[in-house]
Design a protein around this ligand. Structure first.
Ligand SMILES: O=C(O)CCC(=O)C(=O)O
Length: 290
């Protein structure tokens, strides 16, 4: 389905996603759907091969499709991965009362180093989540620091981490590289989360509503300072974000400060008198002038 433009993300929201690696849609799923969903999640859902078309995995009329067709959800997903994404995989996570252990911190793929494309993970919480219930831990902004799945598993807590606490019907969209982990459920009620990973099937180029692309708030979002990325680490994040923003906007000259521009300086002109031995000893034309 192609979503009406008014439901697409704005450039400011996209810039927030690029800087943080996540976007929360608080309480966007109505209770009538949340109640229906719990029953289906308890039963479980059939698996499909990686990369199956969305229409095959979640045909019209199924509860997941109703969830994905909610205009706010559909608009956000389309803005990030485009229309007709494929389903990488999906999983139901139920943490029983006083059950489960804190998961090792991880990213959801074995070394996925793409910098010019990304998958999106949708996490849907049909019931309110309290801190006691073990709301998902994540570290905003880590998605551009690629790690190999649970290679960071020995770290239980990191500076700048957040814990999800939300109302029923909340959907969170995450970049595939974000560092995260489920926590123990210390409460008397089960905690439900349903996750879907989307693969883009089109180039992730200007898929959102770009009317506000020149709004200064876009650059402000892209420059957000995060607690774990101070000093030189923070500067590296500006480079990483500028690199992704170039891919998403098609603006090959975009930069935050001068970092990425400088890193890519590789002039091809050969100075007078210099020889490029790789090219058979050719000399630069005289008079090029310095
Ligand atoms: O249960 C959670 O909150 C998170 C689960 C998780 O990290 C995952 O599915 O990769």
């Amino acid at each position: 389905m192609i979503v009406d433009r008014k439901h697409l993300l704005s450039s400011v929201e996209m810039a927030h996603f690029v800087a943080h690696g996540s976007l929360a849609l608080e309480g966007v799923v109505p209770d009538v759907l949340n109640d229906r969903d719990i029953a289906v999640l308890e039963t479980g859902l059939p698996a499909h091969p990686y990369g199956t078309p969305l229409d095959t995995v979640f045909p019209a009329g199924t509860f997941v499709r109703d969830l994905l067709d909610l205009p706010t959800v559909a608009g956000a997903v389309q803005s990030l991965v485009g229309p007709h994404p494929a389903i990488d995989h999906h999983a139901v996570h139920v943490r029983p009362p006083h059950g489960g252990e804190a998961q090792p911190m991880h990213a959801d793929a074995v070394l996925d180093t793409r910098v010019d494309a990304f998958d999106v993970q949708l996490m849907y919480y049909p019931r309110a989540v309290t801190l006691e219930q073990g709301g998902t831990l994540s570290v905003p902004g880590t998605h551009l620091r690629r790690i190999n799945e649970s290679a960071i598993g020995r770290y239980q807590n990191l500076v700048g981490q957040t814990r999800l606490v939300c109302t029923a019907g909340t959907v969170v969209l995450l970049h595939h590289g974000i560092w995260h982990g489920g926590r123990r459920n210390d409460s008397d009620v089960p905690r439900y989360m349903f996750k879907i990973r989307f693969n883009p099937t089109v180039r992730q180029l200007r898929l959102w509503n770009t009317d506000d692309i020149d709004d200064p708030a876009v650059r402000a979002e892209l420059s957000t300072a995060l607690p774990w990325a101070t000093g030189p680490e923070g500067r590296l994040e500006l480079v990483n974000r500028a690199r992704l923003w170039r891919e998403l906007t098609g603006d090959a000259d975009f930069d935050i400060d001068y970092y990425l521009t400088r890193e890519q300086l590789r002039p091809q002109l050969i100075a007078p008198g210099a020889t490029d031995t790789r090219l058979g000893g050719g000399r630069a034309a005289d008079g090029w002038g310095l």
